[in-house]
Design a binder for this molecule. Structure first.
Ligand code: 5GP
Length: 175
């Protein structure tokens, strides 16, 4: 399969992906049976995972989507992460962050720092894919769909240069 200049091989097919998401849905439904969690999906890549996971929940739950943007503070080298589009208050909520893929973990660590300031009761992470070999941050990922090797993937919401998000299987860059 070719997208722009790159060749990809199939890595996970739709039924494998959806079977695993169904298991995650059941696990989360059991873990959160006592409350009404608020899922916060990180756009753009998470839309397919979020949709499929939500269909597999048997509990009451809310969902919201945000975009992350980062900017450099004046007179500081540190990056500041902003959450765009969050209308719900996270105060005292049981939050489950939904991500398409965690690679180095940098994005997630920055997001957790910003979220913590909003006073949630609890925060857990659910990611469809996890490149465990490249993780450099200390992160506790409670719900992981698939641990995958350090090779670029597209499909099921993930893009290569804006394309490939509509593929219902996940493809890996050809070596
Ligand atoms: P991190 O901050 O964990 O290094 O990076 C996470 C972000 O990098 C993801 O949200 C995603 O946008 C991007 N990313 C990392 N690996 C891949 C990959 O294999 N394919 C695609 N499409 N995006 C990736």
């Amino acid at each position: 399969m070719k997208i722009k200049d790159k060749e990809f091989d199939i890595y996970l097919n739709t039924s494998q992906i959806e079977e695993r998401i169904s298991q995650l849905g059941h696990q989360i439904s059991n873990d959160y049976a006592h409350c009404t969690p608020l899922f916060v999906g990180i756009l753009n890549g998470v839309f397919m995972f979020a949709s499929q996971l939500f269909k597999n929940l048997s509990i009451q739950a809310e969902i919201s989507f945000i975009k992350l943007s980062s900017y450099k503070k004046l007179n500081s080298s540190g990056q500041v992460t902003q959450l765009l589009g969050l209308n719900e208050t996270l105060f005292q909520r049981d939050v489950i962050i939904l991500e398409d893929i965690v690679d180095t973990g940098t994005t997630m660590v920055q997001l957790l720092e910003v979220m913590d300031e909003l006073g949630p009761k609890s925060v857990e992470i659910a990611t469809l894919l996890f490149k465990s070999d490249t993780l450099v941050e200390k992160l506790d990922l409670k719900y992981v769909g698939f641990e995958i090797p350090d090779r670029f993937v597209v499909g099921y919401g993930l893009d290569y240069d804006g394309l490939g998000r509509n593929l219902t299987d996940i493809y890996q860059l050809k070596s």
